[in-house]
Design a protein around this ligand. Structure first.
Ligand code: IMP
Length: 499
C-alpha cells in the first residue's frame, strides 16, 4: 500500500480564472509595478530584484549571451545554460557583465575578402553592415549593403567597394552612449565606429539601437551599473564551474535539475554557501511542501516549482512523476507562508515549466509565484541562440529540452542517471524581437492586475480571488458560434451540444 494517495486531481494553471476586484485610478495599468524579489537576502542592501516577473530557462535553445543581455536590459534575467563546457558558460557571463549598452562587438571583414564570400556571411548572419579591419585590427573602412550589387561585384574585393576610413566619421575611446549619439546626429550617418588611439576597432554604435538603449528604464543592474547575470549549475561539476562563473561576474546561480529534493542538491547549496556566501542560489525543482522545506533549510534563496509540465517535457510519461503546476504552487506557497511566519524570511517562488500564455503567467503570480521561468516563450524570439528556418512557408526556430538526446550530445549531465530521454525536440514559431513581444505580454499582465484592483505582485498575492473553471466554461471563454473562414473546434463542439 502506498504511503499516501491523493484522490483530488492536481490542477493546471489553465483551469483557473481570476475574479475582478475594484479597479480605481490607483490600480490603472500605468500605476502598476511588476518589480519582484529575485532571491531572499539577509542583507537588505544586497537584495536583488527583477523589474519584470519573467526569466528565461537555462536551456541551450533559449538562454545565450544575446538573450542574457536583452532580457536584463528589459528588466528580467536569462539563466545561462550549464550543458556546455565551463569556460564557454563563463565567457557568456563575462560578456553580459561587460556589455556596454549600444556598443556592438561586430563581425569584421578583411580588405582582401571577395564580395561573394562577404555576401555569404551577410546571409548567414543577417547583418548588412560590416567594419573592415586589417590584420592588426586597425579600422580601414565600412562596407554596407548599399556599396555593392552581388550580381555585378561578386569577384571584387571588399577593399574595392568599401567606404574607406578617410570618408567615415569615427569616435575615439568613447564609452558614453549619449556622446556617441551626439556625433552620429551631427554626422548624419547611421553607424559610428569606435576606435582606440592606435586606430584599432573597438565597437560599432548604430543609431537605430540608441533609441532602444537610452530607453531601458527597467534594466536590472548591479551596484557598478553592470547588467545582472544569472547562470545554471549542476550537482556534478559545481566545484569547478562555480569558481569560473563567479570570476566572470555572475550575480545569481540556479541549480538545474528536474528533481531538487535530493541530497546532491543539498550538498551543492552547502558548498556554494560555504565558499561563496555572497552568491545567492536558487534551488529546485520541487512540487511539494517537503521539497520546499528541504531546500530552504539547506540554504536556497529562492525555489523553482514545477515538474513534468514543460512544453518539451516527457518526465511524467517516462517516470510517472509530476504534478499540475497550479497545485504545486498552491501547496508550496502555503508552506512558504508558514516558513515566513516562523523565520521572517520571504523566499521567492519561481513557477517553472508549462507556463505558456500570458494568462498562465498571471494565474501563476496570483497563486503565489513571484516570477515565472519560461523556455518555449523565449525560444521563439530573435534573441534565442538558434537560427531561423522556414518550414511550409512558416518561419520557425528549433527548441529542445535539456533532457533530450540533442542536448545530451554535449554530456550526460542534468539527466545523467537515466538511460532514457526526458525531453523532446521540435520547432516553435518565430515571433520577432523580444522587446516587441514583451511589451504586449507585460501590458496584458498589468491589465489583469488592474482588473483585480491591485498594483503590485505582493498585493496580488494577498488579494487575488481565483476560481476553478469547468471544461465547458473554458470552451465558453474562447471564440465560438461565429464563422471565421472555418468553424473553430469550439464552434463545432457547441453545435453538437446544442443539437
Ligand atoms: P516551457 O516553458 O514549458 O517550455 O518549459 C521550460 C522548462 O522545462 C525549463 O525551465 C525546465 O524546468 C524544463 N525542462 C527543460 N528541459 C527539459 C527536458 O528535457 N525535460 C523535462 N523538462 C525540461
Amino acid at each position: 500500500m502506498a504511503h499516501r494517495i491523493i484522490f483530488e486531481p492536481s490542477r493546471t494553471l489553465m483551469e483557473f480564472r481570476l475574479l475582478p476586484g475594484l479597479t480605481t485610478a490607483k490600480s490603472a495599468p500605468s500605476e502598476i509595478s511588476l518589480r519582484t524579489p529575485l532571491v531572499y537576502s539577509e542583507n537588505e542592501d544586497k537584495k536583488l530584484f527583477l523589474n519584470i516577473p519573467l526569466v528565461a530557462a537555462a536551456m541551450q535553445s533559449v538562454s545565450g549571451t544575446r538573450m542574457g543581455i536583452e532580457l536584463a536590459l528589459l528588466g528580467g534575467l536569462a539563466f545561462i545554460f550549464c550543458s556546455q563546457p565551463i569556460a564557454a558558460q563563463a565567457r557568456m557571463i563575462f560578456k553580459i557583465k561587460n556589455y556596454k549598452a549600444g556598443f556592438v562587438l561586430p563581425r569584421t571583414m578583411s580588405p582582401g575578402m571577395k564580395i561573394s564570400e562577404m555576401f555569404r556571411i551577410r546571409q548567414e548572419t543577417g547583418y548588412s553592415t560590416f567594419p573592415v579591419v586589417d590584420d592588426q585590427d586597425v579600422f580601414v573602412g565600412l562596407i554596407t549593403k548599399w556599396d555593392y550589387d552581388i550580381s555585378l561585384h561578386g569577384d571584387y574585393t571588399v577593399a574595392d567597394r568599401m567606404i574607406s576610413r578617410s570618408n567615415i566619421e569615427v569616435g575615439v575611446n568613447i564609452t558614453n552612449l549619449k556622446e556617441a549619439n551626439n556625433i552620429l546626429l551631427e554626422s548624419h550617418k547611421s553607424v559610428l565606429p569606435i576606435l582606440d588611439e592606435q586606430g584599432r576597432l573597438q565597437s560599432l554604435v548604430f543609431r537605430k539601437d540608441i533609441i532602444d538603449h537610452l530607453n531601458n528604464p527597467l534594466e536590472v543592474h548591479d551596484e557598478k551599473k553592470r547588467l545582472l547575470s544569472a547562470a545554471a549549475v549542476n550537482t556534478h561539476d559545481y566545484q569547478q564551474r562555480v569558481p569560473a562563473l563567479v570570476e566572470a561576474g555572475v550575480d545569481v546561480l540556479a541549480i538545474d535539475s528536474s528533481d531538487g529534493h535530493t541530497s546532491y542538491q543539498q550538498e551543492t547549496i552547502h558548498w556554494i554557501r560555504d565558499n561563496y556566501p555572497s552568491i545567492p542560489v536558487i534551488g529546485g525543482n520541487i512540487i511539494t511542501r517537503e521539497g520546499f522545506r528541504f531546500l530552504v533549510e539547506s540554504g536556497a534563496g529562492a525555489v523553482k516549482v514545477g515538474m513534468g509540465g514543460g512544453s518539451i517535457c516527457i518526465t511524467q510519461e517516462q517516470k510517472g512523476t509530476g504534478r499540475g503546476l497550479a497545485t504545486s504552487i498552491i501547496e508550496v506557497a502555503a508552506e512558504r507562508e508558514n516558513y515566513f511566519k516562523e523565520t521572517g524570511k520571504y523566499i521567492p517562488l519561481v513557477a517553472d515549466g508549462g507556463v505558456t500564455t500570458t494568462k498562465d503567467i498571471t494565474i501563476a503570480l496570483a497563486l503565489g509565484a513571484d516570477y515565472v521561468m519560461m523556455g518555449r516563450y523565449f525560444a521563439r524570439m530573435e534573441e534565442s541562440p538558434t537560427e531561423k528556418i522556414v518550414v511550409n512557408n512558416r518561419v520557425m526556430k528549433p527548441y529542445w529540452g535539456e533532457g533530450s538526446a540533442r542536448a545530451r550530445e554535449w554530456k550526460k549531465l542534468r539527466y545523467h542517471q537515466s538511460q532514457f530521454v526526458e525531453g523532446v525536440e521540435g520547432l516553435v514559431e518565430y515571433v520577432g524581437r523580444l522587446r516587441d513581444n514583451l511589451e504586449e505580454t507585460l501590458s496584458k499582465i498589468k491589465a489583469s492586475l488592474s482588473t483585480c484592483g491591485v498594483k503590485t505582485i505582493g498585493e496580488f498575492h494577498e488579494k487575488a480571488e481565483l476560481e476553478l473553471v469547468s471544461a465547458l466554461s473554458i470552451r465558453e471563454g474562447k471564440v465560438h458560434d461565429i464563422y471565421q473562414g472555418t468553424d473553430s473546434q469550439e464552434t463545432k463542439e457547441y453545435r453538437e451540444l446544442d443539437s
